[in-house]
Design a protein around this ligand. Sequence first.
Ligand SMILES: Cc1cc2nc3c(=O)[nH]c(=O)nc-3n(C[C@H](O)[C@H](O)[C@H](O)COP(=O)(O)OP(=O)(O)OC[C@H]3O[C@@H](n4cnc5c(N)ncnc54)[C@H](O)[C@@H]3O)c2cc1C
Length: 291
Amino acid sequence: MKPAPFTYHDPRSTAEAIDTLATLENARVLAGGQSLMPMMNFRFAMPDHLVDINKIEELAYLRVENDTLRCGAMTRQRDLELSTEVGECCPVLHEALGHVGHRQTRNRGTIGGSLCHLDPSAELLNVAMLLGASVHAVSKRGTRDIAIAELPAGYMSTSLEPDELLYAVSLPLPARDEAHAFVEFARRHGDFAIVACSALVRLGRDGDIASARLAISGLTHAPVRPLALERALAGQKPTGATLKAAAAEVTKLEAVADAYVTAEYRRHLARVLTFRALERAAMRAQEKLHA
Ligand SMILES: Cc1cc2nc3c(=O)[nH]c(=O)nc-3n(C[C@H](O)[C@H](O)[C@H](O)COP(=O)(O)OP(=O)(O)OC[C@H]3O[C@@H](n4cnc5c(N)ncnc54)[C@H](O)[C@@H]3O)c2cc1C
């Protein structure tokens, strides 16, 4: 398959990229190309202009600042995966990265591209929702911060304006005593998940759940945080029966059907994976308590 004809632009700085985006009609940003190129080859996307941001060095970095992991939009998924800092400070992100495509796709794919592509089941979007991330956009009109919950505007479409470039992502780090888990169900390893669930669980000194956070993706166009369920878990004993009953609550969430997967099956997966994520996170929280 070949893409429809387009003009290629190769800016060397963020300023040059936003100048270019401001002057063009029907332009798309090219990051790792792992989603955009297949979409162009299938002609699901037919931009007249491609603005390749791969040579903008200032967009590729990761650093921990004030309990926040700050990443440039062009930080490769593989660099996040290999970072010992990410492994130590944000193990839920590290665990999720192992499920993102394949090593080859992670070598090119970027955190910014993954969030902008906005596949409903994307692991990085799930973790960004779990952590309450913000993304930072820039255009000739200035910069703006967007809460991750405000980024999805519909199925695989973002609230970014056509001339806006996502330049960075801020992920608030989990507390040291929050234990994590990321689980998903995909047809084959490396495929996008049908449903994925991440969890952060903190236990009090008495062993009861002090706080729980959950993000479930694959039910609708964007991951959801079941906030009422999170609140209900606080103060409970992390027994199998409690976690099973909590997981059963997610079957009340809205789910969509498509040509391959029914809404009912998505809800079933959400229940099973929520239980597994809570169970694994609670077990790790117990280990932290007794360490
Ligand atoms: C075989 C295969 C398996 C895969 N499996 C998975 C998987 O299991 N889970 C998963 O999450 N992903 C998976 N992917 C997709 C992969 O993670 C992509 O890297 C990701 O979806 C897009 O990132 P990218 O950097 O390649 O972006 P691109 O493909 O370059 O861009 C994607 C979209 O985002 C826009 N965009 C990119 N960067 C910016 C920016 N800075 N500002 C504004 N707009 C921007 C582009 O214009 C485009 O619309 C898979 C890909 C392949 C080829």
